[in-house]
Design a protein around this ligand. Structure first.
Ligand code: NAP
Length: 325
């Protein structure tokens, strides 16, 4: 089958369309003819050699897919050849065929194309787990979502708004802030022009926020803690700005703060199945009804994986970059 292969660790130029053997489904896996997959920041790290796949997973890039069931293992129930499915995988999405555990596969909602379905799993699962399962974000609370224009940010903004929270975001351009407002954020802060912590205190009349969802890491750590209300929660979801920082423990003590971290890919299958179920129960019905939407920036053919990575690393996307297979 055709797949994107890495010719080494490095920049986007190491990604090439090549031929590799098709995967064979294990007893509980579906073999899927992939029709669309999507980029995630983690793919850019894996490409550079910093984020190898967990043991047993394909070393082909791609953490999510949408496609058609082509075959299956002996223990699979509830699926048939020809079913249109989508879901999260530990790797292997940038290829014509991939395998997914049947308990992680979800039927594609009627009327959706493969590109829409490929834009959902990684970012809506991550946003649900971090804002709600860990962060306990509730109606009437205020949340700051950093990188509001990211794939995860565009999903989280819609979900938090729908849950009745006041949503504030940061982003690096006015254009991304305006687009985020259409998804439900009330105010956006251009972090290149303003100190986000000062702006948050101004916008909340000195009160701060209940939850911060952070992807930037070290450079934001103390400012994130400074803007949390008593009993506030900081959830570390990414480290795009760096992973080593010095922390002032004072605010944690005084304000009884909680700090969480989360990463989905290395979790045991059983936990990923539970993550899928939590998403299916709470958010898939709303996606089906169109109350929240997969946010697609661009669709490119699989053969342009290199260009797609360049586009993501230039921070140009608002929402998801899809690779059509
Ligand atoms: N823990 C998990 O399970 C999990 C799962 C999925 C994703 N993630 C993490 O979530 C983050 C977003 O992923 P994604 O795929 O949604 O990303 P994405 O769509 O590529 O968006 C990332 C955006 O972040 C902003 N950004 C990049 N570097 C920055 C920096 N140093 N300071 C401030 N803003 C910066 C840029 O927007 P601007 O134009 O606003 O600068 C960029 O477009 C990543 O850190 C990723 O690793 C974690």
């Amino acid at each position: 089958m055709k797949a994107i292969i890495r010719t080494g660790d490095g920049g986007p130029e190491v990604l090439k369309l090549g031929e590799i053997p098709a995967p064979t489904p294990g007893p509980t896996q579906l073999l899927v003819n992939v029709k669309a997959t999507a980029l995630n920041r983690a793919d850019t790290l894996q490409r550079q050699g910093f984020y190898p796949p967990p043991p047993g997973e394909s070393d082909v890039l791609g953490l999510e897919l949408a496609g058609i069931v082509e075959g299956m293992g002996d223990e699979v129930t509830g699926f048939n050849r020809g079913d249109r499915i989508f879901g999260l995988v530990g790797g292997g999405g940038y290829a014509e065929q991939a395998v997914i555990d049947y308990r992680m596969a979800m039927p594609i909602p009627d009327g959706w194309n493969f590109e829409q379905a490929a834009a959902v799993s990684e970012v809506f699962f991550t946003a649900n787990e971090t804002l709600f399962t860990l962060g306990g974000l509730g109606s009437g609370e205020t949340v700051l979502i950093h990188a509001g224009g990211s794939g995860v940010g565009t999903a989280g903004t819609q979900m938090a708004h729908h849950a009745g929270a006041r949503v504030l975001i940061t982003a690096g351009s006015r254009e991304k802030i305006e687009k985020s407002k259409k998804l439900g954020c009330t105010e956006g802060i251009n972090y290149k022009e303003h100190d986000f912590a000062e702006e948050i205190m101004r916008l909340t009349d000195g009160e701060g926020v209940d939850v911060v969802q952070d992807f930037i890491g070290a450079p934001y750590l103390n400012r994130n803690l400074s803007i949390l209300k008593p009993r506030g929660r900081l959830i570390i979801v990414g480290l795009m700005g760096g992973g080593t920082g010095e922390i002032d423990l004072g605010p944690i003590l005084r304000k009884r703060l909680q700090i969480f971290g989360s990463v989905m890919r290395p979790l045991p299958l059983e936990e990923k199945i539970q993550i899928t179920q939590r998403f299916v129960n709470r958010w898939l019905p709303l996606l089906r009804e169109g109350k929240i939407k997969p946010m697609i920036d661009t669709v490119m053919p699989l053969s342009q994986a290199r260009e797609a990575h360049e586009y993501m690393e230039a921070n140009k996307n608002f929402g998801k970059i899809i690779l059509s297979v």
